[in-house]
Design a protein around this ligand. Sequence first.
Ligand SMILES: Cc1cc2nc3c(=O)[nH]c(=O)nc-3n(C[C@H](O)[C@H](O)[C@H](O)COP(=O)(O)OP(=O)(O)OC[C@H]3O[C@@H](n4cnc5c(N)ncnc54)[C@H](O)[C@@H]3O)c2cc1C
Length: 470
Amino acid sequence: MTVSADPHTDFPADFRGTVLRPGDERYDSARVLYQGRAADEGPALIARCADEDDVATVLRHASAHGIPVAVRGGGHGSDGYAMPGGALVVDLSEMKAITVDPETGVVRAQPGVLLGELDAATQEHGLAVPAGTVSSTGVAGLTLGGGIGHLMRRFGATVDNLLACEMVAMDGRRVRADEAENPELFWALRGGGGNFGVVTAFEYRAHPLGPDVVAGQLIFPFDQAGDVLAKLPAHMADAPRELGLLASIAPAPALPMLPPEAHGKPVLVLVPVYTGDLALADEVIESLAALGWPVANLVAKTPWLKANSMLDAIAPYGKRMNLRGGYLPDLSADTVDALLRHAATAPSNPGAASVINLWSMGGAISEDVAEDATAFSREGAAWLWEAVSMWDGPEQDAQYEESAKHITEAMRPHALAAGYTNLTDDLGEAWRRGVHGSEAKHRRLRAVKAAWDPANLLRFNKNIAPTTAE
Ligand SMILES: Cc1cc2nc3c(=O)[nH]c(=O)nc-3n(C[C@H](O)[C@H](O)[C@H](O)COP(=O)(O)OP(=O)(O)OC[C@H]3O[C@@H](n4cnc5c(N)ncnc54)[C@H](O)[C@@H]3O)c2cc1C
């Protein structure tokens, strides 16, 4: 075997998709990711795959030459691992087929599918797959990490609705993973991220939903945020599973009902998405609004497709960004204080934004699936917190990194060791050990990694080191 670390020179001739190298016409547009900082350095070669055979060709080539491989699904990963500098990239963005079986509710999606496309295809049949909340996010990375969103209290995480994966292994073999076939791999793929092979199709159980739901924003002045957040846990403990809730501390939009001096300053925004009996919606939303005195109530009956893309407006593509997050066992007064203090002091530069999100867990995601049933962890998590910063220029990187460090330290005493890998940047070795919930789960994931990617060629991810590596 010739050993070469240079994927430029000897890339397999039978690859049928598009090969893009620095200087090629479409190279720069192909490497654009949601994370703007990824543009600072380009990969050595982007192998834009046409199909599973192309994926197998690249993986066989990488394995034969010991070349590490990055994987691009939807391109939303906050770490920018989909296009690392100098790397060989398996780009799946053109593998976009979706099939929906309206009889069985089984939906099959290729890994280039984005959430907006999945929602549009399933809603044609009055169905929805429980997934995320911004339509440019990819199904692939989201599913492999776990998948949370407006429907999680009603139907669980995305992985709780995953029936099977088709995967190309590092030696080019095509395998299926479900409860019966390769069950250990299937367990690991439900939360262990892109560590084990390249997934070329996901099969989901969809649920009847919509077309209309009740959704929008309740905006509270910042000085009410502490009181409203203090009342939320008791409120959500009694709320129906059909109510999804995000509480966001975000810069105020320029709405006429807000005084001009408040625009751009932090406010508390409750974002309910109620998917139950529409006749009960007023009561559900009014009791939420009654937790304080909102200055704006923008909640209304709206199509699910609009409700599940309303956050697109605050998620612009291509900004420089960082993301920190984790699980909270409760919303204690100290936790809320730490979050509000951070929100009040976070940098606020023109064109930039710092947002803190609190997602209410509970219901199906917390109660219906045992902690050890999937690699994705959820035990003891009542809330998921995340702090997102987005800015434009590299000269502001240090300021926002400092701010992210500050919130990470401030939240550490309040958070669980377990967390959701997709809604935070990688926080290092100790964090990776605890993030799946227990030492036993971490060991189990390492054993699966050793079985499927012993050379750790898939290392541009929240990496699980193979057991044999030590
Ligand atoms: C604005 C924004 C909103 C978000 N909202 C939500 C949300 O509501 N709910 C939620 O759960 N998450 C959310 N996320 C997080 C999201 O789940 C992750 O960023 C996820 O990694 C995105 O997947 P992707 O395919 O788009 O990203 P990519 O960057 O393409 O992939 C991320 C990683 O996944 C792996 N990967 C991707 N495809 C494959 C594959 N086919 N086979 C093997 N490995 C693969 C690779 O390691 C890759 O580096 C959000 C992120 C952002 C930036």
